[in-house]
Design a protein around this ligand. Structure first.
Ligand SMILES: [Zn+2]
Length: 284
C-alpha cells in the first residue's frame, strides 16, 4: 500500500556517542576531546543514504561539533540539507539559567551560520529539555533570532516530556513556531512514534503503522529524529554504565541502517523549514 502523499520531516541530531545526556554521569565534559570521534564518518554515511534516496533533511547540529569539524557542517549545507542548531555544549536547557541558556543558543547559532554561510532558523533542545518548568526558554529562542523550535516532547518519560502540550506544530505569542516530534494518540495516551530508542526497540512494521496513522488519520506531517551514532555498531562501548542506559543506547543498533533505508523508501521526507515554516507563512 502506498503511503499517503504527505511530506514528513526527517531530522538528525548531530552529536557524538559520548555526548548523549544519559552518559553524562559517566563521561566528564572535559574528557570529550580525548574520545575517539565518530561523527564525521557517520554523518557522511547518512548523507550517502539520503543522496541515494533523493531525500533532504534537517540537521540539528551541536556547536561543539561544528567548531571541531567544520567540514561536517559544510557538507550538510552543500548537499542541500537544512542546517539547524542543537545548542553549543549539549547541556539540558532545564539545567541552565536563562543567561546561560541565552549564551549557549546564541553562540551555537552564530558559529553554525559563520561556518555554514547560511541562516540558522531552527533549534532542538538536547534531550527535549524544554517543558513546564522552563517555558521561558522559548522566548529566549525567539529573541536570539530562531524562527522555530522542536524541543517539547508531548509524552511522559523519566528524563523529559510535557504530556499535555499540543501534538502538532503551534505558534507562540513571540511568533516562534514549536514543532513537536511525533506521537500517536492511543488509549488516551501519547505514544512516542518518531525515532530515538523507541524506533530501534519496536518492530519496524509497528513504527511504520504509527507514522502512517498520523499521516492518514491526523492528516499531519510526522517529525522523525535519529542520531549519527545510531547507525554505528562499531562505536566504542562505554563501560560501567547502568543496565537501563546500556539497553537504551545499544538496543538493535546493528539493525538501524537497514530500518532507515526502509523508512526512507516507505515515506516521503523533507526539511523542517520547507514543511513547517512555509506552511506557517501561508495565508489560512
Ligand atoms: Zn542531543
Amino acid at each position: 500500500m502506498l503511503a499517503p502523499a504527505i511530506t514528513n520531516a526527517l531530522t538528525i541530531d548531530v552529536e557524538d556517542y559520548f555526548q548523549v545526556s544519559a552518559f553524562a554521569p559517566y563521561i566528564r565534559r572535559d574528557e570529550w576531546d580525548q574520545r575517539e570521534c565518530r561523527v564525521e564518518r557517520n554523518v557522511e554515511r547518512i548523507l550517502e543514504l539520503l543522496a541515494a534516496n533523493g531525500t533532504q533533511a534537517t540537521f540539528f547540529t551541536l556547536g561543539w561539533i561544528a567548531e571541531r569539524y567544520p567540514g561536517v557542517v559544510r557538507r550538510i549545507v552543500e548537499q542541500g540539507h537544512e542546517l539547524a542548531s542543537h545548542g553549543y555544549g549539549h547541556e539540558r536547557a532545564s539545567d541552565l539559567s536563562p543567561a546561560a541558556f541565552t549564551a549557549d543558543v546564541t553562540r551555537a547559532k552564530h558559529l553554525l551560520e559563520d561556518i555554514g554561510s547560511t541562516p540558522v532558523q531552527g533549534y532542538r533542545a538536547p534531550s527535549f529539555s524544554i517543558g513546564t518548568g522552563n517555558l521561558w526558554a522559548l522566548d529566549v529562542l525567539a529573541r536570539a533570532g530562531y524562527r522555530y523550535s522542536s524541543s517539547i516532547y508531548p509524552i511522559r518519560h523519566d528524563h523529559y516530556g510535557m504530556p499535555d502540550s499540543p501534538r502538532f506544530a503551534y505558534t507562540l505569542g513571540s511568533g516562534l513556531l514549536e514543532v513537536p516530534v511525533t506521537t500517536l494518540r492511543l488509549l488516551n495516551r501519547n505514544l512516542p512514534s518518531s525515532g530515538g530508542g523507541y524506533f530501534r526497540l519496536l518492530p519496524y512494521a509497528l513504527s511504520r503503522w504509527m507514522l502512517r496513522k498520523v499521516n492518514r488519520d491526523d492528516r499531519e506531517a510526522a517529525v522523525f529524529y535519529f542520531h549519527p551514532w545510531e547507525i554505528d555498531p562499531q562505536q566504542p562501548r562505554i563501560v560501567g554504565i547502568d543496565t537501563r542506559t546500556r539497553f537504551r543506547h545499544y538496543v538493535n543498533i546493528h539493525r538501524m541502517e537497514g530500518r532507515l533505508r526502509q523508512l526512507l523508501s516507505d515515506f516521503r521526507w523533507g526539511r523542517m523549514d520547507q514543511i513547517f515554516l512555509a506552511r506557517a507563512a501561508a495565508p489560512a
